[in-house]
Design a protein around this ligand. Structure first.
Ligand code: SF4
Length: 426
């Protein structure tokens, strides 16, 4: 069966974890708004925060200056902080003005930040009050993207977890359905939809969908396939609603995508021959596209700083499909149950670290002298200045990398900095 992985899985529990609790260099969860607002076309994200939050969003997603924006910041100023204004009144006024101008908004997220958390502004209560006042049009929800509570991709987890109570319940005797959980670029979602249809899996939904009316029903007949590795709370809430998670590696690379699709195919009783016929052409294209970068990446040593929580599936893809050697794989949080199928395909020789103590990790990186360092923007420039070749981990979040047709682009993301370094040296 071609769905077999390249490396035989072994028990992931044998990999020891280096746990670190020191200074971190990561974005906060507000960053998720950049890709969430693109996906959810009738949603609006109102950050209740400071000018710093507004600047972060504007610089991360500056293109929205030219379009009708679907995110904004309600700035908490000195008057608010000094307790001279009633923040709930102010918030009601800002939201009222927004809804008057934008009646097309179907879901409004009030997004908490460090300042709203420090002054203990209860956004959950505010959202419930506003939603009631508007008769749920728009539906007002809240979640926290603050740097105190969340790192980078955890913002998406908090947002999707806030949506789970809004999902309708399955009808009695509902047929089995597949729910793909985690934001995927539209082009990737469309490719997967076609593959599932060709496999004969008819009832498929994606969370988040493009519009509020796409919210899928959930219940004991729901089989959930995670498309992103940072959705611990969302998955927990879906499981509480009865959904059952299908264990699979994440859909990165030709083999990762095959194993991910195979998990769904097995759950829905798709015959192996049909699976082979449907997936073979795209799998062969993906293998060929990945192989074009093998010479540049094989036997190169790679070091991951913790950033996006994609580090473990990326390390699996780069080692199993391109022959790279991960020396340290850092992740902000390690959800063993979700990551076991990827972890079990990694070599036991690497250092697996969770959390961060940035100075200690920089020392380990310097000692390891990797060929390529994957890290956040803040660390990349200083490391380049020291002679390291770096890859910004944020690119793996902002670029469509899942699925067969993107496998070659994913490999190229890692080959490019090494190629650039070679050219500079020549
Ligand atoms: Fe900075 Fe906190 Fe605002 Fe994020 S939420 S931009 S960490 S102040």
């Amino acid at each position: 069966m071609t769905a077999q992985p390249l490396l035989a899985p072994r028990s992931a529990c044998d990999l020891p974890v280096l746990r670190q609790r020191g200074q971190r260099e990561v974005f906060c969860g507000l960053t998720g708004i950049v890709w969430l607002h693109r996906k959810m076309r009738d949603a609006f994200f109102l950050v209740v925060g400071s000018r710093t939050c507004a600047h972060l969003l504007q610089s991360a997603a500056g293109v929205m200056i030219f379009a009708e924006p679907r995110f904004a910041t309600a700035v908490i100023d000195e008057r608010d902080l000094a307790g001279l204004a009633d923040l709930h009144d102010e918030l009601d006024r800002v939201v009222g003005r927004l809804i008057d101008r934008r009646p097309d908004i179907r879901t409004l997220f009030l997004v908490g930040s460090c300042p709203s958390e420090v002054i203990k502004l209860d956004l959950a209560k505010a959202a419930a009050r506003l939603s009631l006042g508007f008769g749920n049009r728009p539906r007002v929800l809240s979640y926290s993207g603050s740097g105190i509570e969340t790192t980078f991709t955890e913002g998406e987890d908090a947002c999707l977890a806030a949506l789970v109570p809004d999902l309708p319940a399955e009808g009695r005797d509902a047929e089995a359905s597949l729910l793909v959980v985690g934001t995927l670029a539209d082009v990737v979602e469309d490719q997967f939809r076609r593959l599932f249809a060709d496999l004969g899996i008819g009832r498929v939904a994606f969370l988040p969908g493009r519009h509020r009316e796409d919210l899928p029903a959930v219940g004991p007949a729901t089989r959930m396939l995670l498309a992103q590795p940072y959705l611990a709370e969302t998955a927990r809430r879906l499981e509480d609603r009865g959904a059952r998670r299908l264990a699979a590696p994440f859909p990165l690379g030709a083999e990762g995508t095959t194993d991910w699709l195979w998990a769904a195919a097995t759950a829905f009783g798709v015959p192996a021959e049909r699976f082979e016929t449907v997936t073979r052409p795209a799998r062969q294209r993906a293998r060929a596209a990945v192989a074009r970068h093998r010479a540049a990446l094989e036997n190169r040593r790679i070091f991951f700083f913790p950033d996006s929580q994609l580090e473990i599936p990326l390390a699996r893809m780069l080692s199993c499909e391109l022959g790279m050697i991960p020396v340290e794989v850092g992740t902000p949080y390690l959800h063993r149950a979700h990551l076991d199928p990827d972890l079990s395909r990694l070599s036991p020789d690497l250092v697996l670290s969770e959390g961060q103590d940035v100075e200690a990790q920089l020392d380990r990186c310097r000692a390891a002298k990797p060929d390529l360092v994957v890290c956040g923007l803040g660390l990349a420039n200083p490391l380049e200045a020291e002679g390291f070749t770096t890859k910004w981990s944020i690119e793996t979040v902002f670029t469509p990398i899942q699925g067969y047709e993107q496998a070659g682009d994913l490999a190229e993301l890692f080959a490019r900095p090494l190629d650039r370094r070679n050219r500079l040296e020549v």
